[in-house]
Design a protein around this ligand. Sequence first.
Ligand SMILES: [Zn+2]
Length: 313
Amino acid sequence: MRCLIFISVLLLVGVCQAVERDYQLKPQQVAEDTYVLIGHDEHFSFSNGGNIVNTGFIVTEAGVVVIDSGPSRLYGEQLKAAIARVTDKPVVKLFITHMHPDHFLGNQAFEDLPIGALKKTQGGIRLLGETFNDNLYRLVGSWMKGTRVVAPNLQVEPGLEEIGGHRLQLIALKGHTGADLVILDQTSGVLFAGDLVFYGRTPTTPHARLDEWQAALQQLQKLDFKVLVPGHGPPVTSEVAISQTSAYLNWLQTYLTEQAGSGAAMAELLQPEAPQHLRELAVFSEEYTRSLSHLYPALEAAALAEGKVEQQQ
Ligand SMILES: [Zn+2]
């Protein structure tokens, strides 16, 4: 009898292990010592398990530096395993580019390490992390099993940091969120741009300030890089991803501001007039609709306020 129970337990464990989900993470080398794991150009869904994001790592002489930890505990653990297939060096540090859940919910796999982020990113994750976690669980289900929020434990200051022969320039910008960390590896020329840059995929704007974002993109244009790793979309060797992000944001702001000025109701704008090259970006329709709901009420209020000012004059 005991033997039967033992065998049943073994079978059960076997079944549980068999259904452990697999993100199929495959590091792609983009420069010497430098690898990127490229997510799907999609929305969060059960089929992609929330893997819509790019993460990356640099194999330095002092150990591995990871940039962003992905959308779940499971992703973080599988990222760690993917790194171990490339190098036997230990991970020594993780940087989180900004507070969005697809970029930091894998932190659990690295929680005994320094996890660096800008101060506002630390605060944002402490404040909103659990809400993001719950929301992602609703969207991707069991891929999130056992995921809990681990806030970054190290405040990053902008400046140069040398790690194992790699000279990292840590740059504090904002616009996609209130704090966007960009990392330029001056040794390899790889620029990890976080979600300030999307390539081939429509930018998201839930915490965006579009003027600040455009100013940040101008800063990025000035940097001397060989490869740019966007937060979403494939790595690229030119500045085309920066100008594409800028073009979309510029169109979005101009179009919505004009429509607000003419008194259009939000419901009238669900089928926008947009240039073909922007319509062709992945998930254009869904992201535009989300942006419309995030951004339009404030633009309507501003147009109304300006109208009142004119009436008073
Ligand atoms: Zn983001």
